[in-house]
Design a protein around this ligand. Structure first.
Ligand code: ADP
Length: 218
């Protein structure tokens, strides 16, 4: 059976979640208090309705508890976002993902039952900043304060050398999880695998160690 999603709040973030889920063939219920927004999405999602996410009765009558995953994408109105999350938790929704507007909002959401809190503006800012600072960094995903996954473009220093020759794990304490080349991806490459300049390396490790690797080889 197709997974059923509900998205509450159809701003830029919620709207783009709706589009992407629909493109992936998922069933999506889109909810917003603004009728124009709802009309804009009615041809994209399975159902689009005008309702207030902070209205318990409205959510009940939409059968929100039966959805596999509810995404709260109410941006500016932090009070409504918190109330909506609280109600979803009380109604027993299995997966609740909420967009946080700032760190305080995030703290509250974690306390009141959000299963996952996302902070797209902050996270995208971090990723773009890394990409701007180092020309080799294509993408950057913060796993925790100290650990990250980074996509790096291999330069000349690594060209035609195998992972064993470069001795990356022992020297820098990081792991190369995958190598992307010509649209193909080699996951968990063998030590004998040779790197070519221009390959995209997906590296996981402590931020300090990844920085050391970047300084030495990129
Ligand atoms: P973004 O930064 O993702 O564009 P916005 O704050 O612009 O976010 O948009 C949030 C959306 O949430 C708006 O379309 C707004 O009408 C909707 N919204 C605000 N409060 C509620 C609520 N209580 N219930 C449902 N939708 C709401």
């Amino acid at each position: 059976m197709k997974k059923q999603f509900a998205v509450i709040g159809l701003g830029r973030f919620g709207g783009s979640i709706c589009k992407s889920l629909s493109e992936q063939g998922m069933e999506v219920l889109a909810i917003d208090t603004d009728e124009d927004k709802v009309n804009n999405y009615s041809s994209i999602v399975t159902h689009a309705v005008v309702a207030d996410g902070a209205d318990e009765n409205a959510l009940r009558s939409l059968g929100i508890r039966n959805f596999d995953h509810v995404i709260v994408a109410i941006g500016e109105n932090i009070q409504a976002s918190i109330l909506t999350t609280l109600i979803l938790d009380e109604l027993g929704v299995k997966h609740i993902t909420v967009k946080a507007q700032n760190d305080y909002h995030e703290k509250v959401l974690n306390k009141i039952g959000a299963h996952k809190v996302v902070h797209p503006e902050r996270d995208m800012g971090v990723r773009i900043a890394h990409n701007i600072v180092s020309k080799n960094v294509l993408d950057y995903l913060e796993l925790s304060k100290d650990y990250s996954i980074v996509e790096l473009i291999a330069g000349e220093k690594m060209n035609n050398k195998s992972l064993i020759e470069l001795n990356i794990r022992a020297k820098y304490g990081v792991n190369i999880m995958a190598i992307k080349r010509d649209g193909n991806i080699n996951v968990s490459p063998y030590g004998t695998e040779k790197i070519l300049s221009g390959d995209i390396l997906i590296v996981i490790g402590a931020v300090v160690d990844i920085n050391k690797l970047e300084d030495a080889l990129f």
